[in-house]
Design a protein around this ligand. Structure first.
Ligand SMILES: [Mn+2]
Length: 329
C-alpha cells in the first residue's frame, strides 16, 4: 500500500511579504506536481498534516482553482486541522471555515475523533489524528501526540499538527520532544505538520516520526531559503515499512523567490517586539506572546475557574471571526 503525506500548504490569495513570485501560482504548480506523482506512482491514499489554508476564510475565488485541483486527489484526503485552518485556534469553529465546506463535499476527512481503516487485499491500517489545539504542547500528558489500540490492524498511523521536535527547541516556543511520547504512543508512524522546517523521516527503534516540512516557504530566514519543499511517500508491506522524502521539482530555488532585502527592517521589528514582550512580562512570566497563552497564564495565576477561562477563549475565537470578516490582508 502506498500512502503520500504532505503538510502546511497555507493556501492564500495574497503574497507573503518576502516572496518575489506569485505565491498562489507556485503553490498551484506544486500541488499539480503532487497530483501527477500520485497518478504516475499509483499512490493509494493521501494524508495531510494541517494548515491547508493560511486563514480560515480564504476567498472563494482563490479556493475555486485549488478546489478544482484537490477534487482530483484520491478522495478523501485524510487530514487534521492546523492552527491556520480554524478561528482562534479553536477546532470547534471548523463548520464556519472553508475546510468545513471541503469536508461536506467529501474532498477531505478530518481524522480527529473519526479514525479510519485503510484496507487492501494484503492488509489493514488504522489512521488516527489530532487537530491543533491551543494547549497541545503545554499539556503535560501530551495526549494529542499519543495513539493507542491498533484494533487488530497491521499498522497504526497517527497524524498530528503540533510542535513535535527531535531536539530541544527555543524555550519560549512550547514544544514536545519525540522522547516525551516515544514510549507512550503505539503508532508505528507519527506524521506531523506545523514545524515548517521539518526533519524528514526519523526511524527510532521500530517507530517512525515524519515531518517533511511545509510545502511552502513563507518567511525569509536563511534556512527557509535553502530548504527544498518536500513530501513523504510511505510504502507499507506486511512486514516492512519504507519512507522516502521527495523534493518538489516545481519548487523554485529559494534565492529566486525569497527576498532578503528587508531583513534589517525585520530585525528592528524584533527589537520593538522584544520591548512589548518585556512590558507584558512585567505583569507575569509570559513565555510567549500568544493571546491564548496569556489568558491561560492569567487564569493560572489568578486561579480563575475553568468555565470562565473557556468562555474567555471562546470569546477570543469569536472576536477573531468577526475581525477576519472586516480586515482584508
Ligand atoms: Mn503552518
Amino acid at each position: 500500500m502506498k500512502v503520500l503525506f504532505f503538510t502546511d500548504t497555507h493556501i492564500r490569495g495574497t503574497n507573503p511579504r518576502s516572496r518575489l513570485d506569485v505565491f498562489q501560482d507556485t503553490l498551484y504548480n506544486k500541488l499539480n506536481e503532487i497530483l501527477n506523482f500520485i497518478k504516475e506512482n499509483k499512490v493509494n491514499y493521501v494524508i495531510f498534516g494541517g494548515d491547508l489554508l493560511d486563514r480560515p476564510d480564504v476567498s472563494l475565488s482563490v479556493m475555486q482553482r485549488f478546489i478544482y485541483l484537490l477534487n482530483q486527489f484520491p478522495k478523501p484526503i485524510y487530514m487534521v486541522l492546523g492552527n491556520h485552518d480554524i478561528y482562534g485556534q479553536n477546532p470547534n469553529t471548523v463548520n464556519r471555515t472553508i475546510i468545513g465546506i471541503l469536508e461536506t463535499l467529501g474532498i477531505v476527512h478530518i481524522l480527529d475523533n473519526n479514525h479510519v481503516i485503510l484496507e487492501d487485499e494484503e492488509m489493514k491500517i488504522k489512521v488516527t489524528g489530532a487537530n491543533y489545539y491551543y494547549d497541545i504542547d503545554v499539556d503535560i500528558n501530551k495526549e494529542k501526540y499519543i495513539s493507542k489500540n491498533k484494533d487488530g490492524c497491521d499498522y497504526l498511523i497517527h497524524v498530528v499538527h503540533g510542535m513535535l521536535m527531535e531536539k530541544s527547541f527555543i524555550k519560549e516556543v512550547p514544544h514536545t520532544l519525540i522522547d516525551d511520547i516515544f514510549s507512550m504512543t503505539e503508532a508505528d508512524i507519527t506524521l506531523c505538520g506545523h514545524y515548517h522546517t521539518g526533519y524528514g523521516a526519523l526511524k527510532i527503534n521500530d517507530k517512525y516520526f515524519v515531518n517533511p516540512g511545509a510545502l511552502v516557504r513563507i518567511n525569509n530566514s536563511l534556512s527557509e531559503i535553502k530548504r527544498s519543499p518536500s513530501f513523504a511517500v510511505i510504502n507499507l508491506e506486511k512486514n516492512n515499512i519504507e519512507i522516502s522524502i521527495e523534493k518538489l521539482k516545481t519548487a523554485p530555488e529559494g534565492e529566486l523567490v525569497i527576498d532578503r532585502s528587508f531583513v534589517k527592517e525585520q530585525a528592528q521589528r524584533e527589537v520593538i517586539l522584544n520591548k512589548i514582550i518585556q512590558s507584558v512580562n512585567s505583569y507575569g512570566e509570559f513565555e510567549m506572546l500568544s493571546i491564548n497563552q496569556i489568558v491561560e497564564e492569567i487564569a493560572r495565576k489568578e486561579a480563575i475557574p475553568d468555565e470562565i477561562k473557556k468562555e474567555a477563549l471562546d470569546r477570543l475565537s469569536r472576536a477573531h471571526l468577526l475581525l477576519s470578516n472586516e480586515v482584508v490582508d
